[in-house]
Design a protein around this ligand. Structure first.
Ligand code: ADP
Length: 380
């Protein structure tokens, strides 16, 4: 009986992506299987994944296939892009040697230079608030910015940006037109799916929807696309960081131990797949009494700084619990545009500056690119 492709795939399903419970077939790493008599040729594509996993995956795959009856020879090719350039390459340009199917290398968002994920382990910590104000602060400093609300379980960006209409479609080009408010183009999964039914969606469905938003929206030319990720460190987050060339991730947490523990998981997840962690934002860090100025550490003190130091990632900022931040989110006037002179706005601006700094440094953009301009502005 001759060997079949499904036998090969079944054998490969036994192999987990290092550090995860998910197997390499469902993860989408297998890009080609060729059976030639007793020889099996396998192509695994890491895409933006961590190249350090190439060697263990190659030997695991070789071992698993050799154990199959009828296999005499196994040739495994693993292609990947180096992690140091994961954030540097223009999104849309091919990774050296990477296979193309389904990755950003297909040119899913060819005009987008940097994709930054804003993530949190837990819902309700202020991830969307940070994503919106970060996007606005970047735009305020001269960058061309997009904002993609991929938080399928609680899409709140339309409310925060003050939009409650449906997006329009360019029927001829079959493209969805993003909204533009306060100089930021944005689109939300909330426009396309019913959040009540989305709660039962599994990782692959979430990922499909996110991919569609990336590919079918007319983003145009952007320096940065900020993606408000679904909360958690599960399949959807993992797949996004695998399929899309993320320039970096910003992790949002509150100082509470439970949130911090999830933030640590988030940092670990991005690191495993070779996505640079740009830093941690501690939100709802403390409360300052508007009358007497007294500070109360509602959720405990200094947790974000402590974890950031322990993990060796920057603490990008500490945003207090503040009625104006909440009101801004609820009324479609985020604090960065509504109260440009507030100290809260300055806190978001300094987070934006740190992010722009890192992106421009990674891009090696010493010239006249908008990110380089942002960097120079900050150093003044
Ligand atoms: P997530 O995206 O993590 O679910 P959101 O950004 O939607 O969280 O925030 C949840 C709620 O908390 C919103 O009502 C938001 O306005 C409020 N919120 C977020 N950050 C702050 C803050 N620093 N101070 C006051 N309210 C905040």
């Amino acid at each position: 009986m001759s060997l079949t492709e499904s036998q090969v795939l079944d054998a490969l399903r036994e192999i987990k992506y290092p550090g995860f419970t998910r197997d390499i077939v469902s993860f989408g790493l297998v890009r080609g299987v060729e059976i030639d008599g007793g020889t099996v040729r396998l192509h695994l594509a890491l895409g933006a994944g961590n190249p350090a996993v190439a060697a263990p995956l190659e030997s695991a795959a070789t071992g698993a296939l050799r154990r199959l009856a009828g296999v005499e020879r196994v040739e495994v090719r693993v292609s990947s892009g180096p992690p140091s350039s994961a954030g540097l390459r223009m999104a849309g340009s091919p990774a050296p040697g990477a296979a193309t199917a389904g990755s950003l290398d297909d040119g899913l968002v060819p005009g987008v230079r940097n994709i930054v994920a804003v993530a949190s382990g837990k819902g309700g910590v202020g991830k969307s608030t940070v994503a919106v104000n970060l996007a606005l602060a970047l735009a305020g400093r001269g960058a061309r910015v997009g904002l993609l609300d991929a938080d399928i379980y609680g899409p709140s960006i339309p409310l925060m940006m003050g939009v409650n209409e449906r997006p329009s479609v360019d029927a001829e080009r079959r493209r969805l037109l993003p909204f533009e408010r306060h100089g930021v183009r944005f689109m939300s999964l909330g426009f396309l799916v019913d959040p009540d039914s989305a709660v039962i969606w599994r990782g692959p469905m979430v990922m499909k929807a996110i991919e569609q938003l990336l590919g079918d929206v007319d983003w145009g030319e952007l320096d940065v696309l900020v993606v408000d990720m679904p909360p958690g460190t599960g399949d959807a987050q993992l797949t996004l960081s695998q399929r899309v060339r993320l320039a970096g991730a910003v992790i949002v947490t509150t100082p509470q131990d439970v949130a911090l523990a999830d933030a640590v998981k988030g940092v670990a997840m991005f690191r495993k797949v070779g996505v640079p962690v740009l830093g941690i934002v501690e939100n709802m860090s403390h409360f300052e009494c508007p009358h007497c100025g007294e500070r109360t550490d509602v959720f405990g003190a200094g947790g974000g700084r402590r974890e950031a130091e322990r993990l060796g990632v920057p603490l990008l900022g500490e945003i207090p619990l503040d009625a104006e931040i909440r009101a801004g989110g609820d009324t479609g006037r985020p604090i960065v545009v509504d109260r440009p002179d507030s100290p809260r706005t300055r806190a978001f601006e300094s987070i934006a500056a740190a992010v722009a700094d890192r992106l421009s440094a990674d891009e090696g953009d010493a010239g006249e690119g908008p990110l380089a301009r942002l960097r120079r502005r900050r150093s003044r």
